[in-house]
Design a protein around this ligand. Structure first.
Ligand SMILES: *Cc1c(COP(=O)(O)O)cnc(C)c1O
Length: 345
């Protein structure tokens, strides 16, 4: 077996969902867009459904259709991008609930699928998706007559609880939804850490299910072990990899492992990143290539079969810090070459 091994702990995902669910006053959905943040919606979504999640969110209708085939009929599947051109057949077939983002989308939905369930997405300041306050005002009564399944908005700064944008968006959301009587939904993982004001009727965490910040007590979900292809001795002065960026300053032993930036291990993280052999950290030596990474195992004193990039010693957020990014991007970049194994569930 020459590919890296990615182990995904479904029990950790469901435990993370339960922990988040326990702290919100309302119901807790699950965001499984981008193939459940790269971890495999076909395994993750059914596990979450068995744990008690009754509503799901995806980014686009194609994901919703795939998810419906996985979950079967019943659980509402909400689509953040709403009703885009060409989506009607998928929305009808898979019984999706588009989060309508504009008057154009509303007209499209009403013309193509009259009477089909819909939700509404409001823009409370992020300026990404959703109806603006004036736009909403002009169609509010027409929409409410259709009894929307959900009215939602999204926070721009939920990873920074003290940011004044959060309170501003909360106030705007309250003002725009007052007296609607529709179920309301504002909180992602970050907002779920900010107290009951943000709970409303339905919370929709994503990253917190998958073990990432800002769900501070999250159980880690992924382990990534990469096999060693060969080991070699270097004399002082010899170099490793493209561009000669590593030069041995002592008799050095290098392990070459079978993964690289083609597997989502960003080139930029090389200089800051170690891999683990048991309890010992072994630094990356030289540039990360597409399929290969050199690792300095001199201090290990033996040749390992594999080295660990993610696991007990390092989570997705620490690895993300090494690349100047966020855990979300680490997860969604995990490559298709890994041999995936699921535990629990
Ligand atoms: C991705 C997404 C979420 C989930 O956010 P997390 O920070 O992963 O919890 C919630 N709402 C919207 C609109 C999203 O795009």
């Amino acid at each position: 077996m020459s590919s890296g091994h990615l182990t995904i702990d479904l029990d950790a995902i469901t435990a993370n969902w339960r922990a988040l669910d326990a702290r919100t006053r309302g119901e807790t959905a699950a965001v499984v867009k981008a193939d459940a943040y790269g971890l495999g919606a076909d395994r993750v979504a059914p596990a979450l459904a068995r744990a008690g999640a009754r509503q799901f969110f995806v980014a686009i209708a194609e994901e919703g259709l795939a998810l419906r085939r996985i979950l079967g009929p019943g659980a509402p599947i909400h689509v953040f991008s709403g009703h885009m051109q060409g989506d009607a057949a998928m929305i009808a077939e898979a019984d999706l609930t588009p989060m309508i983002n504009s008057i154009d989308q509303m007209i499209r939905h009403a013309e193509a699928l009259p009477g089909h369930p819909l939700g509404i997405q409001l823009d409370t300041g992020m300026n990404r998706l959703g109806m603006e306050p004036a736009e909403w005002q002009s169609v509010r009564e027409i929409v409410l007559a259709q009894r929307p399944a959900l009215i939602m908005s999204h926070l721009a700064c939920a990873d920074t609880p003290e940011h004044p944008m959060n309170a501003a968006q909360l106030a705007s959301f309250r003002e725009m939804t007052e007296g609607t009587g529709a179920p309301l939904c504002l909180a992602n993982t970050g907002a779920m850490q900010m107290g009951p004001d943000y709970d409303f009727d339905l919370a929709r965490p994503g990253i917190g299910l998958y073990g990432g910040r800002p769900h501070h007590d999250a159980r880690p979900v992924v382990t990534l072990d990469i096999p060693v292809i060969q080991c070699r001795d270097l004399d002082p002065g010899e170099t490793v990899g493209y561009g000669n960026t590593f030069t041995a300053t002592r008799p050095t032993r290098i392990a070459t492992i079978a993964a690289g930036y083609g597997d989502g291990i960003f080139r930029i993280m090389g200089p800051h990143t170690s891999l683990w052999a048991g309890g010992m950290a072994c630094p990356v030596a030289g540039r990360i290539s597409m399929d290969l990474i050199g690792v300095d195992i001199t201090d290990l004193g033996q040749d390992p079969d594999h080295l660990q990039l993610l696991g007990a010693h390092r989570g997705i957020d620490d690895l993300a810090d090494n690349a100047g990014t966020i855990g979300y991007e680490i997860l969604t970049a995990l490559g298709s070459r890994y041999t995936r194994r699921y535990t629990g569930g």
